[in-house]
Design a protein around this ligand. Structure first.
Ligand SMILES: Cc1ncc(COP(=O)(O)O)c(C=O)c1O
Length: 386
C-alpha cells in the first residue's frame, strides 16, 4: 500500500494491536504542524496558533462523528493514552455516589489495575464479570445498582467484542450506574461497535488507529457532576486568587479542558484528524481484502493440530501457542525473518495466565499495511516452523 511506502521490502509488521503503523498522510500532517504552524492551541492569537486551533477543533468534530455521538451531549478531550484516560476518570470520581466497581475478566491491565486502585481508594467492592465466548456479558447474572462499570468492547488478544454493548449500557443506566468503555481495540477496524452507544465515557488510543501517540476520552457531559476535579493546571481556569480558582470549563464551549490540564500534544491531535479522514475515505474493497488476509492466516494456522488458538473465530488479532515450542523463542525466530509479532500475555495476565492457565502466547495483529504477499510470507515461514 502506497500509504506505507516507507516499509522495507520483506518487513512484515504484525503488531497493530499495540500501535498501528502510520500512513504517510498522518506523518505529513505532523510534519506540517512542526514546520508550518508549530504553536500552542487555545491561547495564541498569532496566525500559526489560529491554524492549530482550527485543526484541533476539526479533530474534535471528526472524533465525535467517528463514534456517532452528538456535541449536545458529548465532549472530546485529549490525554496521553487509554490507560491515562481511564485513570483520569476513576481517580476523580466521587466514591460516595456509587455502590461498587465492576470490570470483566478479559480486560487489559489498563482498566483491570485502575479498577483495583479505584476500589482501594474508595473502599468500594470490586466485581470481575465473566465474558462469554462471543464477548457478551450475561446481564441477568449481575446487579448494576449504582455501579461504576469499566469494560472493553474488544479484547486485545482475540478481538472478541462486547456483542451486547447496547443492552449493557441500558441495564447499567437503568440501575443508576455509569459505564466507561475501553474502545482501544475497536477504533482501527471495528468502530461500529461503539457507534451511537451512549456510554458515560469512551476511552481509546489514537496510536492504535493509525494516528500519532495520543489518548482520547469522549465523555457525556453529565459525568462531570460525579467528579471531584483534582488534576488541575494551565488552560483550565478563568481566574486564580491566593488559594482559590475559577474553572473556565463551566460553559459548553470549553468543557473539554476539564481533562486537559496543561499544554496538549497539538501536533498529534492534528495527526489524529488526518488519520480519521484517511480511515473515512478507505474503500470497501480495502476492508474486504483486509478481511480476506486475516481469515487466510487464521484458517491456515487453524489447520495445524499443533496450533492452539485463544480465538474462537477469525479476527485481525489472533493469539496462539504451539505445542512444545516456547512462544518467546518463536517470536525471536519470526523476527529473524523480519516478521514483527508479540509474545507473552499482552497485559491481559489475569485472564490468559490465571483464568485459562495458558503458557505465554504469540499474537499476530494485522493492519491495513499487510499485503497478500506478506501473508504468503508469514504462512511460508510458519510452515517451516511447524
Ligand atoms: C483493550 C486495551 N485497553 C487498553 C489498552 C492500553 O492502551 P494504552 O497503552 O495506549 O494506554 C490496550 C493496549 O493495548 C488495549 O488493547
Amino acid at each position: 500500500m502506497k500509504d506505507f511506502d516507507y516499509l522495507k521490502k520483506g518487513d512484515v509488521y504484525l503488531d497493530a494491536a499495540c500501535q498501528s503503523l502510520r500512513p504517510r498522510c498522518v506523518i505529513d500532517a505532523l510534519d506540517k504542524y512542526y514546520t508550518e504552524h508549530n504553536s500552542c492551541g487555545e491561547r495564541v492569537k498569532y496566525k500559526w496558533g489560529v491554524e492549530t486551533d482550527e485543526k484541533v477543533e476539526e479533530t474534535r468534530e471528526l472524533v465525535l462523528k467517528y463514534v456517532g455521538l452528538k456535541s449536545k451531549k458529548y465532549t472530546v478531550s485529549f490525554t496521553l493514552n487509554t490507560t491515562y484516560g481511564i485513570n483520569l476518570i476513576l481517580s476523580q470520581l466521587k466514591g460516595d455516589l456509587f455502590s461498587k466497581v465492576m470490570t470483566s475478566e478479559i480486560e487489559h491491565n489498563s482498566p483491570f489495575l485502575a479498577t483495583i486502585a479505584f476500589s482501594k481508594r474508595t473502599g468500594l467492592l470490586r466485581e470481575v464479570m465473566k465474558r462469554e465466548d462471543d464477548g457478551s456479558i450475561n446481564i441477568s447474572d449481575y446487579d448494576f445498582k449504582n455501579a461504576v462499570v469499566v469494560v472493553n468492547c474488544a479484547a486485545n488478544f482475540d478481538g472478541r467484542k462486547l456483542s451486547n454493548i447496547k443492552e449493557l449500557v441500558k441495564a447499567v443506566h437503568k440501575a443508576g450506574g455509569i459505564i466507561i468503555i475501553d474502545a482501544a481495540q475497536a477504533m482501527a477496524h471495528s468502530a461500529d461497535i461503539v457507534n451511537g452507544v451512549e456510554a458515560d465515557a469512551i476511552c481509546f488510543s489514537a496510536h492504535k488507529m493509525y494516528a500519532p501517540s495520543l489518548g482520547v476520552i469522549v465523555w457525556q457531559d453529565s459525568l462531570m457532576d460525579k467528579m471531584e476535579q483534582g488534576f488541575l493546571g494551565g488552560g483550565m481556569v478563568d481566574d486564580v486568587k491566593l488559594d482559590s480558582y475559577l474553572l473556565s470549563a463551566e460553559g459548553k464551549e470549553h468543557r473539554y479542558t476539564r481533562f486537559e490540564a496543561g499544554l496538549q500534544a497539538w501536533g498529534e491531535i492534528v495527526g489524529l484528524g488526518a488519520a480519521i479522514k484517511w480511515l473515512n475515505k478507505m474503500p470497501k474493497s480495502t476492508w474486504k481484502n483486509f478481511e480476506s488476509s486475516y481469515r487466510e492466516l487464521y484458517d491456515y494456522l487453524s489447520g495445524s493440530d499443533k496450533v492452539h488458538f485463544v480465538n474462537k473465530e477469525a479476527n485481525p488479532t489472533m493469539s496462539f501457542y504451539i505445542d512444545g515450542l516456547d512462544s518467546h523463542l518463536l517470536g525471536a525466530a519470526l523476527s529473524r525473518e523480519n516478521i514483527m509479532a508479540r509474545t507473552g500475555y499482552f497485559c491481559a495476565h489475569y485472564y490468559l495466565d490465571h483464568v485459562l492457565g495458558l503458557p505465554p502466547l504469540v499474537r499476530f495483529s494485522l493492519g491495513l499495511q499487510n499485503t497478500p504477499d506478506q501473508i504468503a510470507k508469514v504462512k511460508k515461514v510458519m510452515d517451516n516452523i511447524l
